[in-house]
Design a binder for this molecule. Sequence first.
Ligand code: FCB
Length: 430
Amino acid sequence: MPLKPEPKHDHGILKFPQGFLWGAATSAHQVEGNNVHNDWWAWEQGKPFDLRSGQACDQYHLYEQDFDLAKSLNHNAHRLSIEWSRIEPHEGQFNEKEIEHYKKVLKALKQRGFTVMLTLWHFTLPKWVADEGGWENGQTVKYFERFVRKIVPEIADYVDLWVTINEPGVYIYETYIARQWPNAKRSLWGQIKSFLNLASAHKKVYNFLHQSFPAGKPVGMANNILSFEPYHKHSIIEQLAVSLNDIFINHLFYFLTGKTHDFLGINYYFHVRFKHRMLLPQAVNTTAQTHDISDLGWEVFPEGIFDVLTDLSDDLPIYITECGIASTNDDRRNRFLITYLQEVARAIKVGVNVRGFFYWSLIDNFEWQMGFEPRFGLVEVDYQTQQRIIRPSAKVYAEIIARGGIPHNLMRFIGHTVTAKEVLARKSHP
Ligand code: FCB
């Protein structure tokens, strides 16, 4: 049979590699609802009602519907997490019903043909673990390992990629520096111990997964990576601030955990510029200079994702495990998707081994200390009725996936046309 000629408009497509994973990410506490046995739930009870997770998106019951939506939007992969406090609500007592529940959830994903990326720890601790000191307590590493040894054999058949832990640095920052998360306190020693224990937990789980499942699936973790820049290119003080922050925020966890990564999971949200006043470098707000800003005031800076991808790139595959914008203005989400994905394509072109992109998030959800106000979803959630409403940007993303890249006709969303060739020929900072 003769090959079909390529449709004319395909020539302008900014192509992604074959087999690229396209999906969205969520985490259990943010979408499930009623996670009554964890530290977040306990902490939320002292907050105003609208800052409590409550029913959240009720995904605990509506998961099939949500997975159907993701499927209808052409996603071929999905990242989610399981909730430790449901599985082990009291020390050493495992709830078999909840284990069955997660089996059903993961099976539902596999039945729909998704590649499944599963996070084993995404910020919440069973209340009993938190009461014993949380990650500050060395025992927590053992507790976590025991939980993992229990749950993994039950669900391993339905998981394709493991994420041990999510954003250790953000956890430390929010708990000990910003002090907006459960068990918040000022303690440098606590902060150091928690970070080291998280690193140790990652290594132990990595080794367990490889020893017990020798032909196993790739294991990594999701790290929040920031793009740092000096305000003045030739300021030594600003350059020093960039290097130190890059080492401590972006690279330290990898340094502590050595070779225990089969891939790098990158969550990208932030770009920070350092400007010095007298001799002190300060992080400056650059949003005034950008066209777009999220509802949270976070700068939209697509070049930053190119920066972090090229900075982190070594011989390991990279998955963008989270990247997204909180906005009720969906045109912004369209621009966000197109311009960030252009930069990902450019990073691939210069040799970075990017294998997948998980937009944060599939549906609007409970954004931790900020409650339900931020709207990150490709799909809107009406929290009164739990109705899901597909946003136009979800369809733009669906079209990108269906075409295996960004077709030229979508450039209308960014207000100017730029050819695939032009994007790929860009110098580092266009
Ligand atoms: C990341 C978290 C995720 C979500 C997004 C907006 O830092 O991993 O749970 O809150 O930010």
